[in-house]
Design a protein around this ligand. Structure first.
Ligand code: TRP
Length: 330
């Protein structure tokens, strides 16, 4: 029996290279080793986008198509849309009865986001309850591991506390206490050297055209203390594109690049030109698959995922109800 993992993504915009290297490659790798549940967290997107939810469904569709394009396979993992599996909401409601409000108020992600998203009114019940919904997402499948980034670790801690409290209150061992599955996440710089992010406007998107990719890669800030090719560079310490370059060249190639940069033989323009071709070569099969998908019954893949997810979720939900209410009266 394979161990079960679960993870989700909020459909709030197009995917970029940061998602590809930081999340999706990892998810693809895990497909063979674990029983994987991956879902589009559209209700979670709604907690911050409730004033203008018009793009959520388009982003959800795009997200699913990109997942398939990068190699997540409906034969290997269960991919679904959160809002189509109502049991998430049902379990969330039950958890809401016994989760103390102070657990939620001291959640660091909550405090951070309130600060960072000042332009949005997030003093809502739904936003405070976000981690309870996340706990329901995970526990409704009784997942043991959750591949996530460091920022999600407090949510996982809360999920364990909720599982423990449920099991204690209703004298059951229904819920496991899931652990985060942290992986080595490479730093992906955007064109300006800051972390790649849609909101910084520095991202290379998976659905950019080859021309856009080329243009963006060439616009990377490199070593600002090296205005001319004849100046020796210091890629490891001063080039902001270097963390990206490292991902696209073999160690031998990298060694040569570093030597030629330090030796003032390789200019930044030429270096970025080579990088752009590598990025394009990596994206090409993804673009091809994406195009093929238009003619494939991808909606059936999603429907199948939803129905498999429902089956498991239904089972957990019955057990949870039984633990709380005992035998049904009708
Ligand atoms: N909160 C996660 C994020 O912002 C998304 C998410 C929702 C999730 N439910 C989840 C991740 C359950 C893992 C498991 O990225």
């Amino acid at each position: 029996m394979k161990r079960r993992i679960l993870s989700g993504m909020r459909p709030t915009g197009p995917l970029h290279l940061g998602h590809l290297h930081g999340v999706l490659k990892n998810w693809s790798r895990l497909q063979d080793e674990y029983e994987c549940f991956y879902f589009i967290a559209d209700w979670h997107a709604l907690t911050t986008e409730y004033e203008d939810p018009s793009k959520i469904s388009e982003f959800s569709k795009e997200l699913f198509l990109e997942w398939l394009s990068v190699g997540l396979s409906p034969e290997k993992c269960i991919m679904f849309l959160q809002s189509e599996v109502k049991e998430h909401a049902e379990l969330y409601l039950l958890f809401g009865m016994f989760v103390p409000v102070p657990w939620l108020e001291r959640n660091p992600t909550y405090k951070d986001m309130l600060q960072n998203l000042k332009h949005k009114d997030l003093a809502t019940y739904g936003f405070l309850g976000y981690p309870v919904l996340q706990a329901a997402d995970i526990l409704i499948y009784r997942a043991e591991k959750v591949p996530v980034g460091l920022d999600q670790v407090p949510h996982l801690e809360l999920t364990r506390e909720i599982a423990r409290r449920f099991n204690y209150l209703y004298r059951t061992d229904l819920f496991p206490e899931p652990e985060p599955l942290l992986s080595e996440v490479p730093k992906i710089p955007g064109t300006d050297g800051r972390k790649m992010s849609k909101s910084y406007g520095n991202a290379i998107f998976l659905n950019d055209s080859p021309e856009e990719v080329r243009k963006k890669v060439l616009s990377y800030v490199t070593d600002t203390q090296r205005p001319r090719k004849s100046d020796p560079g210091d890629p490891e310490n001063r080039c902001v594109a270097f963390n990206l370059i490292k991902l696209y060249f073999s160690s031998e190639e990298l060694q040569e690049i570093v030597e030629d940069c330090k030796g003032a033989k390789l200019g930044c323009f030429e270096c970025k030109r080579r990088l752009a071709e590598r990025v394009i070569a990596q994206l090409e099969p993804i673009w091809e698959k994406r195009e093929k998908l238009e003619k494939e019954p991808w909606q059936d893949y999603l429907r199948e995922g939803i129905s498999k997810a429902r089956e498991v979720a239904r089972e957990t939900m019955s057990a949870a109800e039984k633990a709380i209410f005992g035998k049904k009266i009708v």
